[in-house]
Ligand binder design. Structure first.
Ligand SMILES: NC(=O)c1ccc[n+]([C@@H]2O[C@H](COP(=O)([O-])OP(=O)(O)OC[C@H]3O[C@@H](n4cnc5c(N)ncnc54)[C@H](O)[C@@H]3O)[C@@H](O)[C@H]2O)c1
Length: 264
């Protein structure tokens, strides 16, 4: 019996990286899994993999930047499986963060708007569409993907960081407003996880600097985040809501000088 046995779960951004790893874990724990992504072929490939492994999975194409598309994703899950128990809002415009989300003074307002529309409004609309279905089944669990970038400043990605900080607050609002109806809402804040989106920084001097600042002997893997999401989605976390769980190998747990002193 899996920890999400027969639960109906949506994972967004599930064609790649952390979302794909989470869809695999969610399905392995027994959930009927909706693999949602803008990348239709990638979502179908992951769904096919889950079915081949003996799970039940359906690919759905969604654009988080389009509210109607987000509502249609939730409706498709409910139509296919008869309800909804778990919503994992993992997708983000990582392509904008990587290439166009620069220092504040140079920031392009259009990139700011697109980032907020996809990362923040898209997540809000998904929650808005999902909550009545969760309540209809006596409750459920929402897990939002924030980021360490939502907890600190950095040399780039101000729009991304602000959108991820806002998700931490939205998580608390949803937990506050629907908790009495059995809906829990938590967030994960990954640190530096090696995925297609972060692979450009996963070698050379940046990798070495990252490793120095981790308290673990290694950098993060998508499966590390997937394990935290399964915990927050399952009844094992039944008394936890409104919480943001850092999954970052201790990257933000230490005083800033620790890495320098350790090596010096
Ligand atoms: N990798 C890291 O180090 C790291 C750190 C902190 C937080 N995160 C967060 O984890 C989540 C997953 O990151 P990842 O590294 O796996 O990224 P990724 O780029 O590998 O995957 C993101 C997925 O989201 C999809 N997507 C992008 N725009 C979309 C849209 N408009 N509608 C629907 N789907 C869309 C992409 O097609 C892709 O499959 C993101 O929310 C990211 O911000 C990642």
């Amino acid at each position: 019996m899996g920890r999400l046995q027969d639960k109906i779960a949506i994972v967004t951004g599930a064609a790649s990286g952390i979302g794909a790893a989470t869809a695999r874990r969610v399905a392995a724990e027994g959930a009927l899994t909706v693999v949602a992504d803008l990348n239709s072929d990638g979502a179908e490939a992951v769904a096919e993999e889950l079915r081949a492994a003996g799970g039940s999975a359906t690919a759905v194409t969604v654009d988080l930047g389009d509210a109607d598309s987000v509502r249609a994703m939730v409706a498709a899950a409910v139509d296919r499986y008869g309800g909804l128990d778990v919503l994992h809002n993992n997708a983000a415009a990582t392509h904008l963060a990587a290439r166009q989300d620069l220092a504040v003074v140079e920031a392009d307002p259009a990139v700011w708007d697109d980032t907020m529309r996809i990362n923040l409004r898209g997540t809000m609309v998904a929650i808005q569409a999902a909550v009545p279905h969760l309540i209809a089944r006596g409750g459920g669990s929402i897990v939002n993907t924030s980021s360490g970038s939502g907890l600190t400043g950095d040399l780039r990605n101000p729009a991304y960081g602000a959108s991820k900080a806002a998700l931490i607050n939205l998580t608390q609002y949803v937990a506050t407003q629907y908790g009495k109806q059995g809906v829990r809402c938590n967030a994960v804040a990954p640190g530096f996880i090696v995925t297609p989106a972060s692979s450009g920084s996963a070698h050379g001097a940046i990798r070495e600097a990252m490793l120095r600042h981790h308290l673990t002997p290694r950098l993060g893997r998508p499966e590390d985040v997937a394990a935290a999401v399964v915990f927050l989605a399952s009844d094992e976390s039944a008394f936890i809501t409104g919480h943001t769980l850092r999954v970052d190998g201790g990257l933000l747990s230490h005083a800033p000088y620790v890495a320098d002193l350790r090596n010096g």
